[in-house]
Design a binder for this molecule. Structure first.
Ligand code: PMP
Length: 404
C-alpha cells in the first residue's frame, strides 16, 4: 500500500488549514467578536472543506424506484445491511489496518449510538434478578451514562467509573480508544471473570491517532461521524465476533427501527469506497486522502492550541507519546478530536470561565471528572476554531496583566 511505503508530506490547503481569522472574515463569514462559539459538541464540520474539494466524487443518485424494500440481503445475519456498505467497510479497514474484519459479523446501525444500545441489550443476561452494571473508566464519554439509564431498563444500569467498580459477577465495560474526552489509548480496567467488553473505536483513525495494530476485539464500534465527518448520515457499524451476540444486536435494531436507512447506507458505502480507493491508489495526491488531510488540519490546530496554552500556566493540556503509525509509515503524534483542557491556578469552573468569553465547552463533570476540566471540540469549522484561539489568547493576556 502506498500509504505505508512512503512518508507523505502534505502541503497546507489554502481552503482550510492555516487561514487566520481576519482572512476568513473577509471571505464573508457570519462570525463576529460578539458571536458565541459552540465547541460543546464534536460536530465534525471541519471535514466540509475537504468534501467540497472532492466535488462530485461521492455524489450518489438514487432513483425513485430503488431501495423500496425493508430488506437488503436475507442471507445475511444482518438482513438490512446493504452489501455495498459491508464491502466498503471491510475494504477500508483492510487498507487502513485499524481493525480485523475476518471472523467478525458486520452489523449496521443508525450511528454507533444505536449500536451501543444494541450491544447493551445483546450482552445483558435475560434471566438476571438485577440489571447488569455498565462501567467505563473516568473520564468517560458523557453520552454513555445518559443513554444507559435513559429508559430505566431492567436489563442494565449505569455503574459509573470502572476503577471504582467492586461488585462480583457479570458486568459490561466500555473501552473507548482513543478516549473521548481525553484522547488517551485505553485497555480494559476491571479485568474480572464475567466481564463483557465493548470497544468503542470511533476515533481509531489515522487523522487522530497512530494506527499501531489492527484491533481485534469481540465487539468493536465504528462510525462515519468521526472517520469521514458524515455525522448527518447517522451510519455506524459494529464488528462482532460471536454469532449469537450479532444476531441479538440485529434483533434490537429490528425492533427499534426495523433496519437502517438504505439511502444513508448507500451514501456511506460510496464515501468509504472512495476513501479506500484513494488509500490504495499511488496516483492520489496526499492532500486528496481524507486521513492525510484530516491529520494535517488536526496537527495545525493542535500546534496553534499548544502555542497559545504554552504562553502562561493558566491552562494545561495532556501530552501524547509518539508512536509508529502503520498507515502513515512513520512515527506520528496523536491529535485528538477533543482537547481535554485543565484550568490551573485557583479557577474552579473552567467551563464558566470560557462561557464568560462566549466559548461554550463541556464541563469535565459531565465526563465523571471535575469542573477544572473542559472538553473542547477540535473538529469545528476553521473560523470557529480560529476565533476560539483568539479568545483564549485574550483571556491569557488579560489574566497575566492582572495576575489572576
Ligand atoms: N462513541 C464516541 C466515543 C463518540 O464520541 C461518539 C460521538 N460523539 C459516538 C460514539 C456516537 O457516534 P454516532 O454519531 O455514530 O452515533
Amino acid at each position: 500500500m502506498c500509504g505505508t511505503e512512503k512518508a507523505r508530506v502534505v502541503k497546507s490547503s489554502s481552503s482550510s488549514a492555516g487561514l487566520d481569522h481576519s482572512e476568513t472574515r473577509e471571505n464573508g463569514t457570519t462570525l463576529s467578536s460578539h458571536s458565541v462559539i459552540n465547541l460543546d459538541h464534536g460536530d465534525p464540520t471541519m471535514f466540509e472543506a475537504y468534501w467540497q474539494r472532492m466535488g462530485d466524487k461521492c455524489t450518489v443518485v438514487i432513483p425513485g424506484s430503488q431501495s423500496l424494500s425493508y430488506f437488503s440481503n436475507m442471507k445475511n445475519l444482518c438482513w438490512f445491511l446493504e452489501p455495498e456498505l459491508e464491502e466498503s467497510i471491510k475494504r477500508v479497514h483492510h487498507v487502513v489496518g485499524n481493525a480485523v474484519t475476518k471472523d467478525h459479523h458486520v452489523v449496521v446501525g443508525t450511528g454507533s449510538t444505536q449500536l451501543f444500545q444494541a450491544a447493551l441489550y445483546a450482552l445483558s443476561p435475560s434471566d438476571a434478578l438485577e440489571p447488569i452494571s455498565v462501567v467505563c473508566a473516568i473520564p468517560y464519554y458523557s453520552s454513555y451514562a445518559a443513554v444507559t439509564d435513559f429508559l430505566r431498563s431492567g436489563l442494565y444500569k449505569w455503574g459509573g467509573d470502572a476503577h471504582a467498580f467492586d461488585k462480583d459477577g457479570a458486568y459490561i465495560e466500555l473501552i473507548t480508544s482513543p478516549n473521548n474526552p481525553d484522547g488517551n489509548t485505553r485497555d480494559a480496567i476491571v479485568k474480572r471473570g464475567g466481564g463483557k467488553l465493548v470497544h468503542d473505536l470511533a476515533y481509531y483513525w489515522p487523522q487522530f491517532t497512530p494506527i499501531t495494530k489492527p484491533a481485534d476485539h469481540d465487539i468493536m464500534l465504528f462510525t462515519v461521524s468521526k472517520s469521514t465527518g458524515h455525522a448527518g448520515s447517522r451510519i455506524g457499524w459494529a464488528l462482532v465476533k460471536d454469532k449469537d451476540v450479532a444476531k441479538k444486536m440485529t434483533k434490537f435494531i429490528e425492533l427499534n427501527t426495523i433496519g437502517v436507512s438504505k439511502e444513508s447506507q448507500l451514501r456511506a458505502a460510496k464515501v468509504l469506497g472512495v476513501i479506500a480507493d484513494s488509500c490504495q491508489s499511488c496516483d492520489t495526491p496526499d492532500s486528496d486522502n481524507v486521513f492525510e488531510y484530516g491529520k494535517l488540519i488536526m496537527s495545525e490546530r493542535w500546534n496553534k492550541l499548544r502555542d497559545v496554552v504554552g504562553q502562561s500556566d493558566m491552562f494545561s493540556l495532556p501530552e501524547y507519546a509518539k508512536e509508529y503509525c502503520n498507515f502513515m509509515g512513520k512515527f506520528t503524534e496523536s491529535y485528538p478530536a477533543f482537547a481535554w483542557m485543565k484550568c490551573n491556578r485557583n479557577i474552579e469552573d473552567c467551563a464558566e470561565l470560557l462561557r464568560g468569553q462566549k466559548i461554550i465547552t463541556r464541563s469535565g463533570e459531565r465526563f465523571g471528572a471535575d469542573s477544572k476540566h473542559v472538553r473542547v471540540s477540535m473538529v469545528s469549522k476553521d473560523e470557529e476554531f480560529n476565533l476560539f484561539i483568539e479568545r483564549l489568547l485574550a483571556i491569557q493576556e488579560t489574566s497575566n496583566e492582572y495576575h489572576i
